[in-house]
Design a protein around this ligand. Structure first.
Ligand code: NAG
Ligand code: NAG
Ligand code: NAG
Ligand code: NAG
Ligand code: NAG
Ligand code: NAG
Length: 756
């Protein structure tokens, strides 16, 4: 009985609601409801297995003004949809959303506010559709994959006050028609591919309070016209190619945030900039600007301040002592002298970056008393002495970079208390003692070029996030701990006194740089090395955070040392994702080279010289089509050089000398050019055109078949290009590193205005 009356009741409610809606027009119009239902069915096709989340409430029997993410205007008889929040709709990744899915939305001409951010929609922004939304005041299309240029139709939406197009791949020059958006107050275009100059018409939009053009390729001098935008409180032009002086900015006295980081700006920093009383976040780093008189105290109370590479010389600016609101200070890459100022510890900074100066002396123990300190970067100075025992008190530390100083003695045991630490770089110092005991979630451990000794800790295998381990040039002894399942990308143990067989190496496929040279490793080269770097180039979520950290232009990334074409070179950490190097040289390795190594298609460098390898060079080496440098010299290899070497079209550096090779040196487009006699010296009878030794009487091998136009995984030229960094991981890492992350001005989540 109760059940039946419940049913009846719910039927009546629905029935009455329907009558009420239609006769009195108190629900959203049918065409709007249908348009929204159509959108839902496009994002979640009927066969999709996604959880609908908030869109659950979108059903044909209810009033769409009652749905989640939908807001209707109020106060007038006709309820109409005025605001729609479609941001961050989580779906499984199978369906690729293209901008076609927005088609139903364009029926809703009554929209005032539309948020489609974080939906990963691809394709061009549909101009003709948007032209329909003439009431639009608030538009957020950020963090999608929109490409092409901004369609001209968008500039006809003259009610727009807020536009966010950041985090897409939009490009081209900015359209001067932008100036028709007379009501525009906040405009975010950062993290796109815009280039060329900013059209001067932009500077007629005097109502602008926030403008973000950061992380694009804009290129021009900062124009004087920008001083018209005197209501600006938020201006970011960082990570572009702006050049020339910055004095046009002196008139923008209402600025609270000014980010000019990583451009080519030059000249003196105008004193006027320091007189802005509301300026809280200032980033001038990564330019060629000059702070002529660093002793003049600014009027501003900064929250974040970067004067990186601003030509500041002499002692620490003492006015900093009064900057009690400061959370980030970056004075790196200047000419600061003297010792670490004690009062700096009192500021309770979250991020302190003083690298690449001329600071000296020991660190005061007060430095580590702070519970706020998250990032400390002091690399490239002349700091000395022992690290204070108090280091373990800075329990919030995530990044500690002290490389390239003169620190000595034991690493304090208390460092094991730093349970949030994920990047530790102590390399190029005079630290001694055993491998420090560390908490278990480090992603990056750099201890290279110190005087550490003793065995490597067995619990390294518990470092489940370890991505980078560089211990080269120390005196570690004993065997490599079991690292089979380790996600390591870089393992550099060069020039230690390690021994034993190579059966403990990570075989998860992530490893891209393996340098074991100059040790006492013995036994056979394990066939399992075939999994080496097979994941190269594939972004792996696990390491995105650290990769993004290394790619962050605001912090000089710790590079890594590799012997490349016979010279020790420092490679920027930025490019770690595209290298694949294997160096086993100067060990006691014996036996034959496993055929399976021929599967290392991505390998750029292979050095097995100065070992005791015997047998033939595997013919599978012809499959190492990315290989540029191959050194097998100083072994006891016998037989002929495989004909398949003719397929090595990238090879430019070869050393097969000091073996027992004989027979004809293979020919091929690239092999023919490798004609330096010393590459082949001290063998047992090699001949060929490369060394001008006739092979008369010896059988001439047929020319190898060269795979023309075969796909080369990546070309070396790409090494100079940093990988585009995923927008989201940038945010994650900025959070972790606490770097120049500035909150954007408050954006209204749902922007509701009376629609009449
Ligand atoms: C759903 O159906 C469409 C077309 O009918 C198809 O392309 C798609 O692969 C299907 N998706 C799933 C998850 O089955
Ligand atoms: C514009 O809105 C009208 C009325 O809702 C609709 O009929 C038309 O299809 C829309 N145009 C576009 C391009 O979506
Ligand atoms: C600038 O801001 C002031 C104060 O908020 C306001 O009165 C003025 O109208 C604004 N200027 C423009 C051009 O919008
Ligand atoms: C090996 O490391 C030591 C320091 O441990 C250094 O003095 C030496 O020069 C290094 N040798 C080579 C060949 O790099
Ligand atoms: C290979 O390693 C040896 C010893 O570490 C080094 O001397 C040599 O230059 C390296 N070969 C190449 C081609 O880099
Ligand atoms: C060849 O061997 C001789 C004698 O051991 C040595 O002096 C010479 O340097 C070697 N040549 C090359 C190119 O390694």
């Amino acid at each position: 009985m109760a059940k039946e009356s419940k049913l009846l009741e719910s039927f009546l409610v629905t029935f009455l609601a329907t009558i009420y809606c239609f006769s009195l027009s108190l629900c959203c119009p049918q065409y709007q409801k249908e348009a929204l239902l159509q959108y839902k069915s496009m994002v979640f096709p009927s066969n999709s297995t996604d959880v609908l989340g908030d869109l659950d409430s979108w059903t044909s029997t209810t009033d769409c003004c009652e749905w989640g993410r939908v807001t209707c205007g109020s106060g007038t008889a006709s309820k109409q949809v005025t605001a729609l929040d479609l941001s961050v709709i989580i779906r499984d990744g199978v369906l690729i959303l293209t901008s076609d899915i927005l088609t139903p939305i364009f029926q809703l001409q009554t929209l005032v506010s539309l948020d489609i951010s974080h939906c990963d929609i691809q394709g061009e922004i549909p101009g003709t559709g948007f032209a329909n939304l003439t009431q639009l005041a608030y538009l957020d299309l950020s963090a999608n994959s929109f490409s092409g240029s901004i369609p001209g139709e968008l500039f006809s939406l003259t009610n727009l006050e807020y536009i966010d197009l950041s985090g897409n791949t939009l490009g081209g020059p900015l359209n001067p028609k932008l100036s028709s958006l007379r009501k525009l107050e906040q405009f975010f275009l950062d993290h796109n591919k815009f280039s060329g100059p900013i059209p001067s018409s932009l500077f007629s939009l005097t109502g602008l309070t926030a403008l973000d053009l950061g992380t694009n390729s804009f290129s021009m001098e900062i124009p004087y016209g920008i001083s018209n935008l005197s209501n600006l409180t938020y201006l970011r032009l960082n990570n572009n190619r702006f050049h020339g002086g910055i004095s046009p900015l002196q008139k923008l006295a209402n600025l609270e945030t000014l980010d000019l980081g990583n451009n080519d700006l030059s000249g003196e920093i105008p004193a006027g900039l320091f007189n802005f009383s509301s300026l809280r976040h200032l980033n001038l780093g990564g330019n060629k600007l000059i702070l002529r008189n660093p002793s003049i105290a600014p009027k501003s109370m900064f929250g974040r301040l970067s004067l990186r590479s601003c030509n500041i010389s002499g002692k620490f600016p003492t006015w900093l002592v009064n900057q009690t609101s400061l959370s980030l200070l970056d004075l790196s890459d200047n000419n600061l002298i003297g010792t670490y100022p004690h009062w700096l510890s009192d500021l309770q900074l979250a991020t302190m970056i003083l690298s690449d100066n001329k600071l000296r002396g020991s660190l005061p123990s007060t430095l580590f008393q702070s519970q706020n300190l998250r990032t400390l970067v002091l690399s490239g100075n002349s700091f000395s002495g022992r690290l204070p025992d108090s280091i373990g008190n800075a329990t919030e530390l995530t990044v500690l970079m002290l490389s390239d100083n003169k620190f000595s003695g034991l690493v304090p045991e208390s460092i094991s208390n730093l349970s949030n630490l994920f990047l530790l770089d102590l390399s190029v110092n005079r630290f001694s003692g055993n491998f420090p005991v560390l908490a278990a979630w480090l992603a990056y451990i750099g201890l290279a070029q110190n005087k550490f000794h003793g065995t490597l800790p067995q619990d390294l295998r518990n470092q489940n996030n370890l991505y980078y381990l560089d211990l080269h040039d120390n005196n570690f002894t004993g065997k490599i701990p079991a690292l089979h399942s380790s996600p390591l990308r870089v393992l550099n143990l060069r020039n230690n006194s390690l021994e034993g067989q190579l059966d403990n190496l990570p075989n998860s496929g992530f490893l891209q740089i393996l340098d074991l040279s100059n040790n006492y490793f013995s036994g056979k080269i394990p066939a399992s090395l075939r999994t080496f770097s097979w994941i190269v180039g594939t972004p792996v979520a696990l390491v995105d955070v650290i990769r993004a950290y290394l790619e962050n232009k605001d912090i000089k990334s710790p590079g890594f040392d590799v012997i490349w074409k016979s010279f020790m070179q420092k490679f920027p950490g930025q490019n770690v994702a595209i290298y694949s190097f294997l160096d086993l040289s100067r060990n006691q390795l014996s036996g034959e080279i496993p055929e399976s190594l021929g599967s290392l298609k991505n390998l750029k460098l292979l050095n097995m010289s100065y070992n005791k390898l015997t047998g033939r060079i595997p013919s599978t080496f012809g499959n190492l089509t990315s290989l540029e440098s191959l050194d097998l010299s100083h072994n006891t290899l016998t037989g002929e050089i495989p004909r398949t070497f003719g397929q090595l079209l990238q090879l430019s550096d070869l050393d097969l000398s000091n073996n027992k090779l004989r027979g004809r040196i293979p020919t091929g487009p690239q092999m023919d050019r490798l004609n330096n006699q010393s590459f082949y010296a001290n063998n047992s009878g090699l001949c060929g055109i490369q060394i001008l030794v006739s092979c008369d009487g010896k059988p001439s091998p047929p020319k190898p078949e060269i795979e023309v136009g075969g796909e080369i995984w990546f070309s070396w030229e790409m090494a100079g290009i940093t990988f585009p960094m995923a927008f989201l991981s940038t945010i994650v890492v900025l959070y972790i590193a606490g770097y120049f992350q500035i909150e954007q001005p408050k954006r209204p989540r749902v922007y509701v205005r009376q629609f009449i």
